[in-house]
Design a protein around this ligand. Structure first.
Ligand code: WTA
Length: 652
């Protein structure tokens, strides 16, 4: 890690905003930063009053009387679906395309703001008929079809919180999340297209719903037309209920601090955390950062190539862009199918101007080869973004040159499910970028780097990344678990200092360089998975006595999951069991969590207090010299593990 960062800090290429870009950028003066620095309450209040359409304007800004339980605009009333849809239609903007959608097999849909509003109203009415009321929770488990954002907005219209579960999660992970929030309705699809195959989502739902007595109805979109199991009375088709529902539905008057959504993310225990976001502050963060960071203008065609199942999809496919009356692109499939040119065909077809993706995708494009760009006209692009993990300078340079034609600024955006919106990022008309650095905190964001004691480190130093001041789109709590909320984020450095769980460093110019997680969370292709989640899944298998999971470097995914497994006495180790255990994790958690490496060992390196020393396992997995093992209970263990690993890997 430290070698990598030293190499990064020697990075001295600098990319000032191109003059033509800066000349017409939405933010071209540093005044935004100074205004926010001088008075962050006044700054957010001005934007909230000017940019949000309120049913009742708030007189309060920030209530910080009981940290970390902050409230923003607490006496305001609004509806976020009204802000994303109705107000644009009322202002005459109903014919503008809200979404260009492309299915994996190639069919297209073009949905205007007026059409989207009508669909959202129909869906809201159908959900109401299924018993959904203000304050309820609705689970959404779908592929990337327009009905996914429609269902989210319909929940918001009714004042029910949505809990979107990424379609790559397995049935038991879906069940855990439904149970935690006691969801009453589940919205899904018959299946989802993935690389030409159908993933049977409805079938997987049935496995989950059997364990979830709170679910009264399952609303099913027909997408792939595969046969699905059906429970009459409980299950209803979207095309039978939503399609015939009335196309008007008054938006509920919600309080600014009413819950908008829950989104589960991995923590350091096996139980996922239900990150809880509320209405007005989240909307403000999503809308303003989307406009500032992506320099959004009325004629942009904006494509965030994430999945709605993650926070990036919530904030930068659905709420931010729609609140800004932006034309967006939504694609159903993965970047490699039917070929690695798919994304560039889409850019060309819709004339995409702003493109936002993950470093892991960029590294995969580099590996697939530049032949996939041949004959593609990418000249519509004017701005590029990345999110989810640190981007290595080589990938950044390739993105800049090959995709951006050397003319497009790149915004490397650092943020989290918890922060709700972008916290550290260049502003493309203003910031001089350096490949690999997310550069500076956004206006109104007080990011700092502190040492173990919470003391801020001097410029040029490294440590823990914290946020020292509340911000409107911050998480409000963990669903049903205020204690864990406080313990996880607000205990290490004080009740008013948010601990991000990331390490970071600044350089002499004050640019931030993100160094990855400092807790037991692995970041695989931009997806967060906790080591304990994987370990407890493995230990749940009859053949396994003990297991340890770590993240090891991977050239494409950033990190891959590597597991060390001790089997029970008498169990035969070998390729068959290895395959079975890998599949076990995939079925328990989800296919994206399948470990890339599984090694059988006879022991694990533990300290005297019994804590697994993951650092040493990382050395083994990455084929490095073993680090200091003197604090181990038995220092010979790790050499034994290394010998066993070398035998199984057979290449060192
Ligand atoms: C990591 C995704 C470096 C980080 C929006 C963070 C990043 C975690 C970046 C949150 C970036 C996200 N550079 N690291 N630009 N963006 N991360 O909750 O470790 O899925 O804590 O939110 O991703 O992941 P999450």
């Amino acid at each position: 890690m430290s070698d990598a960062i030293e190499a990064l800090l020697e990075e001295n290429r600098r990319f000032p905003p191109p003059a033509a870009f800066a000349a017409s950028a939405r933010v071209s003066s540093p005044a935004l930063y100074t205004e926010a620095d001088e008075d962050f309450r006044g700054f957010w209040q001005r934007h909230a009053l000017r940019e949000i359409s309120w049913f009742r304007e708030p007189t309060e800004v920030l209530d910080d009387s009981n940290p970390p339980f902050y409230k923003w605009f607490a006496d305001g009333e609004l509806n976020i679906s009204y802000n994303c849809l109705d107000r644009h239609v009322e202002a005459g903007g109903g014919d503008k395309v809200a979404l260009h959608w492309l299915g994996e097999p190639g069919e297209e849909r073009r949905i205007t703001y007026a059409e989207l509003l009508a669909e959202v109203c129909r869906c809201a009415n159908a959900l109401r008929d299924l018993g959904v009321r203000r304050g309820d929770r609705v689970a959404i488990y779908m592929g990337m079809v327009p009905e996914l954002p429609i269902a989210m907005l319909a929940c918001a219209r009714l004042g029910a919180a949505h809990s979107v579960v990424f379609g790559g999660f397995a049935a038991s992970a879906l069940a855990d999340r439904i149970q935690d929030a006691a969801c009453t309705v589940l919205v899904t699809c018959d299946g989802a297209w993935r690389r030409g195959q159908v993933i049977p989502l409805k079938e997987m739902c049935d496995g989950a719903v059997d364990l979830c007595p709170t679910i009264k109805h399952v609303l099913v979109v027909r997408r792939t037309e595969n046969d699905v199991p059906w429970t009459p009375g409980r299950d209803v088709w979207w095309h039978e209920t939503v399609a015939s529902a009335p196309a008007d539905c008054a938006p509920e008057r919600m309080n600014a601090e009413d819950v908008l959504f829950l989104l589960y993310t991995s923590g350091t225990t096996a139980k996922p955390k239900g990150i809880c976001h509320t209405t007005a502050g989240y909307l403000l963060g999503a809308m303003m950062t989307h406009r500032w960071v992506f320099d959004i203008r009325p004629d942009d065609v904006y494509w965030c190539a994430a999945d709605c199942g993650w926070v990036t999809g919530h904030t930068y496919i659905v709420y931010g862009p729609l609140a800004n009356h932006t034309t967006g692109v939504m694609y159903e499939g993965t970047p490699e199918y039917p070929s690695w040119s798919r994304h560039w065909e889409i850019v060309e077809r819709y004339g995409v101007t702003v493109y936002y993706t993950a470093p892991t995708a960029i590294r995969a494009f580099v590996k697939a080869g530049d032949q996939h760009l041949e004959g593609r006209n990418l000249s519509s692009l004017r701005l590029l973004g990345t999110v989810g993990e640190p981007i290595n300078p080589e990938a950044w340079m390739w993105y800049h040159e090959r995709i951006g034609g050397g003319r497009c600024p790149i915004v490397d955006t650092w943020w989290q499910t918890e922060t709700g919106s972008i916290m550290i990022s260049p502003l493309p008309g203003l910031t001089t970028t350096k490949p690999g650095s997310a550069t500076h905190p956004m206006p109104g964001v007080a990011a700092a780097i502190v040492d173990e004691q919470g003391v801020e480190v001097a410029r040029g130093g490294g440590g823990y990344l914290v946020l020292k001041q509340p911000w409107p789109s911050m998480l409000r709590t963990l669903w049903g678990d205020d204690d864990r909320f406080v313990q996880t984020y607000w205990n290490r450095f004080g009740r008013d200092v948010y601990f991000t769980g990331d390490g970071a460093k600044t350089d002499d110019d004050g640019n931030f360089w993100l160094l990855g997680r400092v807790d037991d969370v692995i970041n695989v292709a931009g997806h967060r998975i906790s080591t304990t989640e994987i370990e407890s899944s493995l230990v749940g298998h009859a053949a396994v006595a003990e297991a340890a999971a770590i993240g090891a470097h991977d050239p494409i995914k950033g990190e891959q999951i590597c597991v060390f497994v001790i089997t029970k006495d008498g169990v035969e180790q070998g390729d068959e069991l290895r395959a079975e255990l890998l599949q076990h994790v995939a079925t328990q958690i989800g296919r994206f969590a399948r470990p890339g490496m599984l090694l059988f060992t006879s022991d694990l390196p533990k300290t005297r207090s019994g804590k697994i020393m993951r650092r040493l396992l990382k050395d083994v997995a990455e084929g490095r010299e073993l680090g200091d093992a003197t604090t181990l209970r038995d220092s010979t263990v790790v050499q034994t593990i290394k010998d066993q690993a070398d035998r199984q890997l057979g290449h060192r």
